[in-house]
Design a protein. Structure first.
Length: 223
């Protein structure tokens, strides 16, 4: 390579370096700002995920501890306290589950009225998931049936018997019992037929419906 070629090459490299330096000075703040944002967002996401995981573990441990109380009434009280602590934020689902467990423990303790009221509050809460709300409404209706009466029980259960409802078949079975309490065998038979014919019914549920239908048929013959 000649001296002139070497000189031209050195000049070209110097020009490129100078151009790169000017570009760096112009765009460095934006580049560094972007890097800081990316690093900060990554760190924040990691912290948030860790916090959520830690909170979930703590809530899980508290749920287990609440379920280990000696008596149903004590377990109900523990689950209600946990639900109050979990209200709001990311723990709304945990609060609902804790309230469902509290209502179940009240029923286990023999407090059907208190359990029905607890389930009713869950069903009516605006932040309750639809499936949980339907289950709570079903349980509230069944537990309150002796005090509410057959007609009121039918009125409460009927919305739950709509096609596609998650607890439709159980609601139909319970409504059939309420129809029978009113002496309306035709309505009871219609509900039980729907349960027995539904392909989504479990074998146990279908067997109960068929047994009840057989009993109705025998009563009709004997009557």
């Amino acid at each position: 390579m000649s001296d002139s070629d070497s000189f031209i090459q050195e000049v070209s490299e110097e020009v490129r370096r100078d151009r790169m330096f000017r570009l760096w000075r112009r765009y460095a703040p934006a580049v560094l700002g972007g890097v800081v944002l990316v690093v900060g967002a990554t760190a924040f996401n990691a912290w948030r995920d860790h916090s959520r995981a830690t909170a979930a573990q703590e809530m899980g441990a508290r749920m287990i501890a609440a379920g280990e109380a000696a008596a149903p009434a004590a377990r109900a009280e523990a689950f209600l306290a946990l639900a109050d602590a979990a209200d709001g934020g990311a723990n709304g689902g945990t609060a609902t589950l804790a309230r469902l467990r509290a209502a179940a423990e009240l029923a286990a303790a023999g407090d059907a009225g208190g359990a029905a009221q607890a389930y009713g509050r869950i069903a009516e809460a605006a932040d309750t998931e639809p499936a949980f709300a339907a289950f709570a409404a079903y349980r509230a209706a069944v537990l309150a049936a002796p005090q509410a009466g057959a007609a009121a029980t039918i009125a409460t259960l009927t919305p739950l018997t709509a096609e596609g409802g998650p607890f439709r078949l159980l609601a139909l079975e319970a409504r059939a019992a309420a129809h029978l309490a009113l002496g309306d065998r035709a309505a009871a038979r219609a509900d039980l037929d729907a349960v027995a014919a539904d392909p989504l019914a479990t074998e146990n549920l279908r067997a109960r419906a068929r047994e009840a239908l057989a009993t109705l048929g025998a009563q009709a013959v004997n009557g």
